[in-house]
Structure formats: structure tokens, C-alpha cells
Design a protein around this ligand. Structure first.
Ligand code: COA
Length: 172
């Protein structure tokens, strides 16, 4: 049975990136990740209408972390404070020792191998620190970038729920 405790916050690093807690100072970038037409193309999230919406979202996320509901990282390049994207584990099932993974990058940072570097660190955290048995990715049909990214790490297609496909990775 998994036990969730995200205090102190699990800061993580990769070769080029730091994974840290979201800050209110990230409001501009979070606003873009939740309002940019291209980024939202395959994401089923409510579109942010204002910076205030982004700040409310950041507060909601950090409250959920304090309540051990989900774990959500801001991604920044080492030595640079700017948030260039986010990655998270959410929708935890204590019963099934499972969670969903979610990730998004600002357009100008995509296609540079950043998620290829960050995703394995989150998979390791999920499987080896949280002892998850399964990590799922819910992806909209047509989102080839995300599907290819997940396949790269061994996720396999498990279910089609209308416009959304489920890809899963087991902790072997
Ligand atoms: C999906 C996303 C996170 C990929 O991150 P990224 O840092 O650009 O990906 P990387 O550069 O590390 O590439 C890793 C792998 O992803 C896949 N990928 C990335 N860009 C791709 C593209 N333009 N076309 C096809 N596959 C692509 C490939 O498998 C790639 O591996 P390869 O380069 O060895 O072929 C990014 O495109 C994004 O933020 N998209 C918008 C938000 C979104 O759709 N999130 C997913 C919700 S399920």
C-alpha cells in the first residue's frame, strides 16, 4: 500500500534541469501553459483567462501538494529561475498503487530533449520512492508527440475511452 507524503517538497534534478515547487512568480509562464492555443491543442483543461486565474491555479496546486493529493513540479533550466514547463503525478489510487503522469512545456522549449531527460526522473520517483505499481498517461487521440514520448519509456496502449487513450507503464 502506497503512502503519500510530499513534505518536505521533493526537489529533483536532471543534467540540465531543476524540478522545484511552483511559485506565484511563475504566474506568467503558467498562464501561457494554460491559455496558449498550440499548447492546449490536445489538453482538456479549462483555459486560463487571466494572470489571476494562473495564480489561483498555482495556489490550488500547492494546497493539493500540502494535502498529499498530487505532486507537481515546475521545470527550470539549472541556474535559471524561469519556469519552462511542468510535470506531475496526480489522480493517485492508493488501492491500486497507481497514478497518472502529466507534462507540458512552453513552445520555445519543446523538441530539445527536455522531457526525454525529465520523464525518467519522475518515473524513478514514482516507482522507487512512492512504490507505485502503475503509472498511466491519459493522452488525446492525435497527440503524437506525447504518445511517442511515452512509448519511448515503455508505456503501452491499454485503453481507448473515446477521445482519450490510456498508456500504461508497470513497475517491473
Ligand atoms: C509532449 C511534450 C511534453 C514533449 O516534450 P519535449 O521536451 O518537446 O520532447 P523531447 O524533445 O524530449 O522528445 C522526446 C520524445 O518525444 C517525442 N516527440 C517530441 N517532439 C516530437 C514531435 N515534434 N513529433 C513527434 N514526436 C515527438 C519523440 O518520441 C521524442 O523522442 P526522439 O526525439 O528520440 O524521437 C511537448 O511537446 C509539449 O509540451 N506538448 C504540449 C502539451 C502536451 O500535449 N502535453 C501532453 C499531454 S498528454
Amino acid at each position: 500500500m502506497i503512502e503519500l507524503n510530499f513534505t518536505p517538497f521533493p526537489n529533483l534534478t536532471t543534467e540540465r534541469c531543476e524540478l522545484r515547487k511552483l511559485l506565484l512568480e511563475d504566474d506568467q509562464e503558467i498562464f501561457i501553459t494554460r491559455s496558449d492555443k498550440e499548447i492546449l491543442r490536445y489538453l482538456d483543461v479549462p483555459k486560463a483567462q487571466s494572470i489571476e486565474d494562473a495564480r489561483k491555479f498555482i495556489n490550488k496546486i500547492n494546497t493539493g501538494i500540502e494535502n498529499n493529493e498530487w505532486i507537481y513540479w515546475a521545470i527550470s533550466l539549472k541556474g535559471k529561475p524561469k519556469c519552462i514547463g511542468t510535470i506531475c503525478l496526480w489522480n493517485f489510487s492508493i488501492e491500486h498503487s497507481a497514478a497518472d503522469i502529466g507534462f507540458v512545456l512552453l513552445n520555445e522549449y519543446q523538441g530539445k530533449g527536455i522531457m526525454r531527460e525529465v520523464v525518467p526522473v519522475i518515473l524513478d520517483y514514482g516507482f522507487n520512492t512512492l512504490s507505485l505499481q502503475t503509472i498511466d498517461g491519459e493522452v488525446a487521440t492525435g497527440n503524437e508527440k506525447s504518445i511517442n514520448l511515452m512509448k519511448k519509456f515503455g508505456f503501452t496502449f491499454t485503453e481507448d475511452i473515446g477521445d482519450t487513450l490510456i498508456y500504461s507503464l508497470k513497475n517491473d
